[in-house]
Design a protein around this ligand. Structure first.
Ligand SMILES: N[C@@H](CCC(=O)N[C@@H](CS)C(=O)NCC(=O)O)C(=O)O
Length: 247
């Protein structure tokens, strides 16, 4: 095993003015790297530099899960010992699990799939609508221009339109029952430990903790909206030791 001083992985992440990881998808991979203690270093890319940089590394686009053409995104990794370059968090997670099997991180489980699907369906829109208009505040001017142009084209309105305090409170109130139900699902094995499957983390825990940590890096109040649900809180706090390296 190489020492910590010899990175085996180069992790391509998203740049922000705080110089920390704030991407939920990159956090999932970072949590795996930290938990498995795989030595790595990070290269932060500005939004408009992601495509040219990853193209320059020879990465090719495939089809996304929905069948549409995918786009260049982070996380991406370079596995130094084998010279492998890879994009897409699920492919990267599979590669890390097979290359570094100890300690194991179960990538899927029936309960995990249910939690991920329900968390996305219940809280996804409120979460995204609270994060997106605040995320732009921690971007550089170049990334801000890219982010505003691409996100406002997709939304069909200005980012700031999402910041109406009453509408935002109403959106979170409307998902309260659903969030409680997902939180209870997360606590199904709480007698054995804080994680979805009990005493040890799985990729679902990293999905949850990664999203919460990314929210925290963007806006503490949005993060706290989630932390009032015990299942989310337990998983986040149990993952904290594996979120110390964030740059
Ligand atoms: N399917 C991708 C999604 C990753 C993703 O959406 N990454 C965002 C950052 S959180 C990105 O790189 N966006 C680039 C862009 O919007 O141009 C994965 O799971 O790896």
């Amino acid at each position: 095993m190489a020492t910590r001083a010899t990175p085996e992985i180069v992790l391509y992440d998203l740049a922000c003015t705080k110089n920390v990881c704030f991407s939920p998808t990159v956090w999932r991979i970072r949590l795996m790297l930290n938990y498995k203690q795989i030595p790595y270093r990070t290269i932060f890319l500005e939004f408009p530099d992601i495509e040219p940089t990853l193209k320059g590394l020879g990465l090719a686009l495939g089809k996304s899960a929905s069948g549409s053409k995918s786009k260049y995104t982070v996380p991406a990794i370079h596995h130094v010992p084998t010279g492998v370059y890879m994009m897409e968090s699920t492919s990267i997670a599979r590669f890390l699990e097979s290359t570094y099997p100890e300690p194991p991180v179960p990538l899927t489980s029936e309960l995990g799939r249910e939690i991920e699907a329900k968390a996305r369906a219940v809280g996804g829109t409120a979460f995204r609508n609270s994060i997106m208009p605040r995320e732009i505040r921690i971007l550089s001017p170049r990334s801000q221009e890219y982010f505003r142009r691409t996100r406002e084209a997709a939304l069909g309105h200005r980012l700031e339109d999402l910041l109406d305090p009453d509408q935002e409170d109403q959106a979170w109130d409307a998902v309260d029952d659903g969030m409680r139900a997902v939180s209870e699902l997360m606590r199904m094995h709480s007698a054995e430990g804080p994680f979805v499957l009990g005493s040890r983390p799985s990729f679902t825990d990293f999905f949850i903790a990664g999203s919460l940590q990314s929210a925290r890096m963007v806006d503490e109040a949005v993060f706290q909206r989630n932390m009032k649900y015990p299942g989310y809180k337990d998983i986040y706090e149990a993952c904290l030791p594996h979120m110390q390296k964030n740059d």
